[in-house]
Design a protein around this ligand. Structure first.
Ligand SMILES: [Zn+2]
Length: 202
């Protein structure tokens, strides 16, 4: 049976000293899994002799990757020349929070960036691997209102991007899972269903 994972998300802004304390506290609370952002320094410096990395090794903690990482997969800098990739609100494209997921160019960019980030971190993630892809904090339901996206609920739009990333992840590790947040209050949506390697994060 798979061991149950009790998770703690570590913000990439958390300094090394603070990480020591957080990890000790996590262990005291029977937490056995740490989740680092795709761009966290942990994945770059895993062999470093830092105290917090030693703690992770000593306690045999599981490592997972991801979090609120849409800005990495769909960089805001693309907005200046490619507004149509971004979210529409009251007839205008906006660079803030998410993007236009029904535009095939958007999902192509997400897939491309997902491949880059997954490749960078995958060796540092404990098997069976779990990745996370969460919507922007506090703006979970802020998605695109362009004519094409209007047919999809915010939860479905999010799932389009999650599925795109899950397909990329499957190419690197067919046993890896991608965790997402199911905030859909509607009964099971007919249009978009999660891929087999997508799970709800608890
Ligand atoms: Zn749209």
């Amino acid at each position: 049976m798979k061991q149950l994972r009790k998770r703690l998300f570590i913000s990439k802004r958390t300094g090394a000293g603070e990480r020591d304390k957080m990890i000790k506290l996590a262990i005291e609370n029977e937490c056995n899994t740490l989740v680092f952002s795709l761009d966290d320094s942990y994945f770059k410096n895993r062999s470093k002799n830092t105290k917090y990395i030693k703690l992770i090794k000593n306690y045999g903690l599981f490592i997972e990757a991801g979090g609120r990482n849409f800005p990495l997969l769909m960089p805001k800098k693309l907005f200046f020349f490619n507004r149509e990739l971004f979210r529409m609100e009251r007839g205008r494209r906006r660079a803030s929070h998410h993007f236009c997921p029904t535009n095939p160019k958007t999902t192509a960019i997400i897939a491309e960036n997902a491949a880059v980030w997954i490749e960078r971190v995958i060796e540092g993630v404990t098997q069976p691997r779990v990745f996370h892809l969460l919507p922007d904090e506090g703006r979970e339901t802020t998605w695109c209102a362009c004519p094409a996206c209007r047919a999809f609920s915010p939860a479905e739009q999010y799932l389009i991007a999650v599925n795109t990333t899950a397909d990329v992840l499957a190419k690197y590790d067919h046993e890896a899972m991608l965790a997402y947040v199911d905030f859909d209050t509607e009964p099971e949506a007919e249009g978009i269903s999660p891929r087999k390697n997508v799970m709800v994060c608890k």
